[in-house]
Design a protein around this ligand. Structure first.
Ligand SMILES: [Zn+2]
Length: 178
């Protein structure tokens, strides 16, 4: 069977005259090869029409990078907020624990005396602050059990580690980590 010019017409179907179209469809009816070729071509055309929709729109990479920077900044803000919240909650909890411990183990008068002693010593020996603090610690032990001091030390150590860890994470956190 002679497939020309029909095989060629498959690729220029839109440009055919009514007479040519008639001959063309007559040939297709009796030729499986050309019908198959035409079907394949239509499939390819179909995919080409869908492709532009699937392909990224112009400037997509730039916008994606911009939104990535935005997301990185948001994530860092979130980390800082989380860190500060943890810090304040821990500090608040520690304060409440020490304060309630003081209230339970000492009278407000003791408190007042200790406070006045500490303030007086601080004012008198401002240049000897380390000794003042040591004195303060020596005044306080009857009021605050060693457990509280251990707890306070551990808590502040943990906060220090948490702080260092957060700073480290924020400073080393790269775009690739997201
Ligand atoms: Zn044919």
């Amino acid at each position: 069977m002679n497939h020309q010019p029909f095989e060629k017409w498959i690729f220029e179907e839109d440009d055919l005259t009514p007479k040519e179209l008639e001959l063309f469809s007559e040939h297709l009816e009796e030729c499986n090869e050309c019908t198959g070729l035409r079907a394949s071509l239509h499939q390819v055309e179909q995919r080409l029409r869908v492709a532009p929709i699937l392909a990224p729109s112009p400037g997509f990479a730039d916008r994606w990078k911009a939104s990535l920077a935005e997301r990185t900044a948001r994530e860092q803000q979130r980390q800082v907020r989380k860190f500060l919240t943890t810090l304040f909650l821990s500090g608040g909890l520690l304060f409440v624990l020490i304060f309630s411990q003081l209230l339970l183990t000492s009278s407000p008068t003791d408190w007042l005396i200790t406070g006045i002693q500490f303030t007086t010593l601080s004012v008198l020996r401002f240049n000897q602050l380390p000794q003042v603090i040591m004195t303060f610690l020596q005044i306080l032990p009857p009021a605050i059990p060693i457990v509280v001091w251990v707890f306070a030390t551990v808590t502040f150590s943990l906060l220090g580690i948490l702080w260092a860890g957060t700073i480290w994470r924020l400073s080393t956190r790269g775009v690739h980590n997201l």
